[in-house]
Ligand binder design. Sequence first.
Ligand code: PNS
Length: 170
Amino acid sequence: MRIAVCPGSFDPVTHGHIDIITRASKLFDKIIIAVSVNVDKKYSFSIDERLDLIKRCIVNLDNVEIDVVDGLLASYIASVGACAIVKGLRAMSDFEYEFQMALANKKLNPDAETVFLITSSENMYLSSSLVKQIAGFGGDISDFVPTQILDDVTERFCNKNFLGGNENEH
Ligand code: PNS
C-alpha cells in the first residue's frame, strides 16, 4: 500500500488544501492528513477544532485519514510507513521555503519523497492567513473555505478584526 502524508497547520483548512488532498487521494492508496502542533506557534483554532473542521470536509474521500503530528515530520512519515509527503505549490514565493523543507526531510528520512502538486489556478492566491484576514474584517469567505465549515470559520473571526497567522500558510 502506497501511503502519502499531507502535512500542514490547516488553521483553518481551505479549498486549496482540499483540492490538493483530493488530487493526492487519486495518486496514492492512502492519504494521511498530518495536522501539526507547534507549541511556539499561535493558532486561531485548537488542534481539536482543526481536526474537526477537516473531518467535515473529507467525508467523501474514502482513503483519507487524519492524524496529529507533534514532532518531526520525517520521523512521523517513517512511523506510519509512508513513502511520500505531498505539498501544494502556489507560486514561486512558496518554492524557496518548500524546497528547503523538502531537502531537510529527505536528509532526515531518505526513504520518503516530497511530491509537489501545482495548485489549481483558482486557488493560486489562497491561504489560511488570507481567509483569516478577510473574515476578520467582515468579508465574505464563501469562495475560500468549504461550505461545511463556512459558518464556524466566519463566526470565529467576525467582529474580531484580523488574528494573525503565518504568511506562508497554505
Ligand atoms: O501549513 P504549514 O504551516 O506551512 O505547515 C508546515 C509543516 C507542518 C509542514 C511544517 O511545519 C512541518 O513539517 N512541521 C513538523 C515539524 C518538522 O518536521 N519540522 C522540520 C521540517 S523540515
